[in-house]
Design a binder for this molecule. Structure first.
Ligand code: 5AD
Ligand code: SF4
Length: 444
């Protein structure tokens, strides 16, 4: 039998790319490839890219440049660019970096094996279509091998919101939801392979409205269907838009025991003037009232958010409004970014904020968020939380897992297996993780 060819995939950006990279590896498995963890012995390298900020896109080109030596040493090596940079820049990538043999947009991964055959014959291959068929349908023949206790599952792609700063509606296209039965089947398969926690993914996941047996299903409807799967212990979802936080979803946070008490709900800014210019269609006040309702349903929920500082025309006063909102919400986690001009988006045309001002605001905002994150983590000391253990830690006998609130937790106990969910008494809070001891073993 011929030696299998080796595929190295490097993934940038969001969790949806992580999921897509797994699907690409499976598709290429059908074309005789096995994955390798290093580009050095690869026959094909795929960069699964992110276009959300300028730096992310530029990283791709500098990474590609580094493959020149590898390609000189091994002329048969094929190099491909996938993901959102591929979608946004298409053929331009091959012009700018002639090392690239293949460019594939996020909606065309099921066509990778045919594209690979084409590049093996010495041609270049480009596919950035938005086909009507569901790529995941074609990619469904998943390997049945056992896998780790947590998994991502994409249920929705694309976005119709057109926030004025964001490239996603252009790179990922319009909102499309996968039919509920396919998702449920995929979730069952994952559970059969050892998965205990599933994170439902979508650029606008709470706008999910996939076909169900009685018409379209909401995200809450889908969560309740997944709740019925024996062996599946935890459900999460990300990323949500405040305007799609429907009543049934808020209620599920209070009533569905498998739905974890953690919600990533980006607001981007606390200034109504900026929110309006961002085309967010909500105000700071409506966001705060929404969080109040969510906390009524699930008082211990840990809130997470995304913030952009230095959006065009953001004044110090606007920035202060964002700081005030953060103080009021009290986040458990948050991600913050300097506004990055994306050509083709409406905000790119507006008067820009100086780079130094952006850096200064980012620093102040991150200091506040770090304080809140630490406080949320430290508040866990003395409590008992359920931990889903995932893998061994660095010390002998140590296991690492995640609490319901998504905090990393270390426990030293040689009897714990990956996939165990155990109550842990939290004893200490470190920089990025908690440590504790198991209260009692679950029934075997
Ligand atoms: N500049 C900076 N941050 C951005 N994001 C999206 N577009 C931009 C941009 N042009 C951030 C938003 C979004 C997260 C995924 O990335 O906060 O929620
Ligand atoms: Fe981008 Fe999210 Fe706004 Fe959609 S809702 S345009 S993905 S920031």
């Amino acid at each position: 039998m011929a030696e299998p060819k080796k595929l190295f995939i490097k993934t940038y950006g969001c969790q949806m790319n992580v999921y897509d990279s797994e699907r690409m590896a499976e598709a290429m498995g059908g074309a005789g490839y096995v994955e390798t963890q290093t580009p050095d012995d690869a026959d094909m390298i795929l960069l699964n890219t992110c276009h959300i900020r300028e730096k992310a896109a530029e990283k791709v080109y500098s990474e590609l440049g580094r493959f020149r030596e590898l390609k000189d040493a091994k002329p048969d090596l094929k190099i491909g660019v996938a993901g959102c940079v591929a979608q946004a820049e298409g053929e331009e990538i091959m012009r700018r970096q002639p090392l690239v043999d293949l460019v594939v947009g996020p909606q065309s991964y099921h066509r990778l094996p045919q594209m690979e055959a084409k590049v093996r014959d010495g041609a270049k291959a480009l596919d950035t279509d938005f086909p009507l068929d569901d790529k995941f349908d074609t990619l469904r023949k998943r390997a049945k091998a056992k896998r780790g206790p947590t998994a991502f599952l994409t249920v929705q792609e694309g976005c119709d919101k057109f926030c004025a700063f964001c490239v996603v509606p252009y790179t990922r296209g319009a909102e499309v939801s996968r039919p509920a039965d396919r998702i449920i089947e995929e979730a069952r398969e994952l559970v059969d392979r050892g998965v205990r926690e599933i994170t439902l993914l979508g650029q606008n996941v709470n706008a999910y409205h996939g076909a169900g047996p009685d018409g379209d299903m909401t995200l809450a409807g889908l969560i309740w269907e997944l709740d019925k799967i024996d062996g599946l212990a935890r459900i999460r979802f990300t990323t949500s838009h405040p305007n799609d936080m429907a009543d049934d979803l808020i209620e599920a946070h209070g009533t569905c025991a498998k739905l974890m008490p953690y919600l990533h709900l980006p607001v981007q800014s606390g200034s109504d003037k900026i929110l309006k210019r961002m085309n967010r269609s909500h105000t700071a006040e409506s966001y705060l009232r929404l969080i109040e309702r969510i906390r009524e349903a699930r008082p211990d929920i840990l809130m997470s958010g995304d913030f952009i500082v230095g959006f065009p025309e953001e004044t110090e006063e606007d920035f202060q409004a964002t700081m005030d909102l953060i103080e009021e919400v009290n986040y458990g986690y948050a991600y913050s970014f300097k506004y990055s001009t994306r050509p083709g988006t409406p905000a790119a045309e507006r008067p820009q904020v100086d780079e130094e001002v952006k850096s200064d605001r980012l620093q102040r905002l991150q200091a506040l968020i770090t304080r809140q994150q630490r406080a949320a983590q430290e508040a866990m000391v003395g409590r008992s939380v359920n931990v889903l253990f995932e893998k061994p830690g660095r010390l002998p006998g140590q296991m690492v897992g995640k609490s319901d609130y998504l905090h990393a937790v270390h426990v030293t106990d040689a009897s714990i297996q990956p996939g165990d969910i155990l109550p842990v008494k939290i004893i200490d809070s470190g920089t990025n993780s908690l440590s504790g001891e198991v209260l009692r073993r679950a029934a075997e």
